[in-house]
Design a protein around this ligand. Structure first.
Ligand code: PRP
Ligand code: URA
Length: 207
């Protein structure tokens, strides 16, 4: 598994702003979208290009354009929704699937409640979720895509805990993992420390 912590100064700066407890939902959402775009820029670095003949106002030339590679963005509900627009700003032609998972408050294991994907044939997928804590949700989300026959999957999160990264690398060594910040540990409630709290609640203002 390829694990990359994207420690670009702009990403680090914006994650710090997101973490602050006084940052409200509107700013939190804007920062999440901006960080997603910065990370998405790096993740899409190897997208295949093709030549295209164009005319500028001055001359004809051979330009480059993204080739017809089929891409899917899959947010893990709810918090992953906050990363969709950032990815679509970069790749407007991508299709969007949704996977619904929540952590059972007793077992802290993921429970599936929704799955709707675009046609998976020859499509590469990027799963987005701001938080990778125990790794239960991300491991389950990736397995759901694999069960539908998806071969090429990347996973992108803003903050990860070492415990989650380890679980992911064991369960899905073939999936590339892109992280904005690697934090210290999980607390007893399996929240990331120092983290940013509950990402879904901070995006949607539910607590
Ligand atoms: C959060 C987060 C991840 C999950 C990470 O979702 O968005 O999906 O927790 O934790 P894990 O790595 O231990 O599985 P949550 O279950 O709080 O649901 P929500 O997005 O609907 O708030
Ligand atoms: N989910 C969150 O939203 N935050 C955490 O710290 C862990 C799981």
């Amino acid at each position: 598994m390829h694990v990359q912590v994207m420690d670009h100064p702009l990403i680090q700066h914006k994650i710090t702003l997101m973490r602050k407890k006084e940052t409200g939902s509107k700013d939190f959402r804007n920062l999440l979208e901006e960080i997603t775009m910065l990370m998405g820029y790096e993740i899409t670095r190897d997208l295949p290009l093709e030549n295209v003949a164009i005319e500028t106002p001055v001359a004809t030339m051979t330009g480059k354009q993204i080739s017809g590679k089929k891409l899917g963005i899959v947010p893990v509900l709810r918090a992953g929704l906050g990363m969709v627009q950032g990815m679509l700003n970069l790749i407007p032609m991508a299709k969007v699937g949704h996977i619904g998972l929540y952590r059972d408050p007793q077992t802290l294991e993921p429970v599936e409640y929704y799955c709707k994907l675009p046609d998976v044939e020859n499509r590469d997928f990027i799963i987005v979720d701001p938080m990778l804590a125990t790794g239960g949700s991300s491991v389950a989300a990736i397995q759901m895509l694999k069960d539908k026959g998806v071969k090429n999957i990347r996973f992108m999160c803003i903050i990860a805990a070492p415990e989650g990264v380890e679980r992911m690398t064991k369960a899905h060594p073939d999936v590339d993992l892109y992280i904005g910040a690697l934090d210290d540990h999980l607390n007893e409630q399996k929240y990331i420390v120092p983290g940013l709290g509950d990402a879904g609640d901070r995006i949607f203002g539910t607590k």
